[in-house]
Design a protein around this ligand. Structure first.
Ligand SMILES: N[C@@H](CCC[C@H](N)C(=O)O)C(=O)O
Length: 275
């Protein structure tokens, strides 16, 4: 099988091409490959398969570094799009995932735009364990009368995101609070946790504690969720730069069809074969 190590703004992605050989990794195999001491090291593994939908060009299964299987990964989708576009000599294609079909177009050298679809706000589809208004949920961290964080917005981009708005993202307690919220009982399938600072209406600084991967340099779905959560609270415009540790993503939540469009770079680090 062909294998490639790529990254989307420093979010470490491995692509394993299982189109010609049926292969489903088990949790131990995923964890070993994710461990840089034993394998290639990655935040997410994208396993390519033949599509089920006649509208799609490729199917991608997705695993986090901790061996959990997930439905969506924005940076991984950009890497898959670049990899398959290169092979097919195309500048657009459709990727099928557990979360649905994602249209991808080349947006310049090593730049890809992905239509990430419509955000989901229904509490039971996030999923959450209690009915709440997902614009601002009842959740706080710290003393009851003086919480350090409170009232995050919650959005699914095919995967769950809980977004706290903070004064200074650099000072946000990502490593301390991230894992507590990831495993909070309000989120039966765990959650990704964003710490978003509104720098300007068109500029959000974001750090993300990723479910199943920890603090990463970039989270594409996290950037989409942060922009959407900010727009819902009238804190940001529908088109903004979301600045993550690895660089900048351009995110637009389109008024015309309610879809979220993510544009950003990809980089190929190495490739070879395995198995
Ligand atoms: N890095 C990702 C998100 C990957 C999945 C996430 N950790 C989850 O468990 O939902 C991205 O770029 O979107």
């Amino acid at each position: 099988m062909k294998i490639a190590k790529m990254n989307g703004l420093g979010n470490e992605i491995v692509i394993l091409d299982a189109r010609e050989r049926a292969f489903t990794p088990d949790e131990a195999w995923v964890k070993a490959l994710a461990d840089p001491a034993q394998g290639l090291g990655f935040d997410q593994l994208m396993v390519l398969r033949h599509p089920k939908s006649p509208l799609a060009d490729v199917y991608s299964d997705i695993w986090n570094a901790d061996g959990s299987k997930v439905a969506a990964c924005g940076n991984g989708a950009r890497c898959v799009a670049w990899y398959v576009m290169r092979e097919m000599n195309r500048d657009n294609l459709v990727i099928e995932t557990e979360a649905g079909l994602l249209g991808a177009v080349s947006a310049g050298p090593n730049q890809i735009s992905i239509d990430m679809g419509e955000p989901i706000f229904d509490w039971d589809r996030i999923p959450m364990s209690e009915r709440m208004d997902t614009i601002r949920i009842e959740l706080q961290v710290g003393p009851i009368d003086d919480p350090i964080l409170h009232g995050p917005g919650v959005v699914s981009m095919g995967n769950p995101h809980c977004v706290f708005f903070v004064q200074d993202a650099e000072l946000a307690p990502v490593r301390e609070i991230g894992p507590m919220i990831e495993y909070h009982p309000l989120f039966p399938e765990r959650t990704n946790v964003g710490f978003a600072q509104i720098v300007a209406r068109n500029h959000i600084r974001l750090r993300v504690w990723e479910r199943g991967a920890g603090l990463t340099k970039a989270c594409g779905t996290g950037a989409c969720a942060a922009l959407v959560a900010a727009v819902r609270r009238r804190l940001a415009d529908r088109l903004a730069t979301v600045e993550v540790d690895g660089g900048a993503l351009r995110i637009e939540w389109r008024d015309s069809d309610n879809h979220v469009i993510m544009t950003g770079p990809v980089a190929l680090e190495s490739e070879g074969t395995v198995g």
